[in-house]
Ligand binder design. Structure first.
Ligand SMILES: [Fe+2]
Length: 171
């Protein structure tokens, strides 16, 4: 009998058609379905008990996308960053995360600054997608925070290639 993780990842793989609205919409819905997994499923029970900083749940052999589970400590802040040429989904399993999104704006005097579009609170069952070039930060607001992160490729390559940019703290 397949579990919800196997079901969701095989459906994501089946609908994956690169970077377009059909894929982002379908994957978002499937990750929301993953956040509804019963805690009786062994793989989720393990994550809840282990609270891993990062745990690889699935690596797609055909398209190269990765699904990871991350736990985060309350008050952990990650500075604004983009994801290089990659794109990423964040789906909250438990707890609460605040995310602000930004855009780099160059003013008429030539000065470039990061401008916030505002903050948004993500609760369990919420999912957000960040497309290439999108910039965001994260602030964990609760204990027992767990989220799923689906990346379009292995982001270690984006970091190693220098395509991924981290900005100064804007809060
Ligand atoms: Fe990110």
């Amino acid at each position: 009998m397949s579990n919800n993780l196997e079901k969701v990842t095989s459906e994501i793989s089946a609908c994956w058609a690169g970077l377009n609205s059909e894929t982002t919409t379908a994957v978002r819905d499937l990750l929301i379905a993953l956040t509804k997994t019963s805690e009786n499923e062994a793989w989720l029970d393990e994550i809840i008990k282990e609270q891993p900083a990062a745990k690889l749940l699935y690596s797609d052999p055909k398209y190269g996308f990765l699904l990871l589970a991350h736990s985060e400590k309350k008050d952990t802040y990650r500075v604004p960053h983009d994801h290089g040429m990659g794109w990423v989904f964040y789906a909250v399993q438990s707890g609460q995360m605040e995310m602000a999104t930004y855009k780099q704006i160059t003013a008429s005097n030539g000065k470039t600054d990061l401008v916030s579009r505002g903050k948004e609170i993500m609760n369990a069952g919420h999912c957000k997608v960040f497309l290439p070039g999108d910039i965001h930060d994260t602030l964990c607001l609760s204990d027992n925070f767990i989220q799923y992160r689906l990346t379009s490729s292995d982001f270690k390559e984006e970091i190693a290639s220098g395509r991924m940019t981290r900005f100064l703290n804007k809060r």
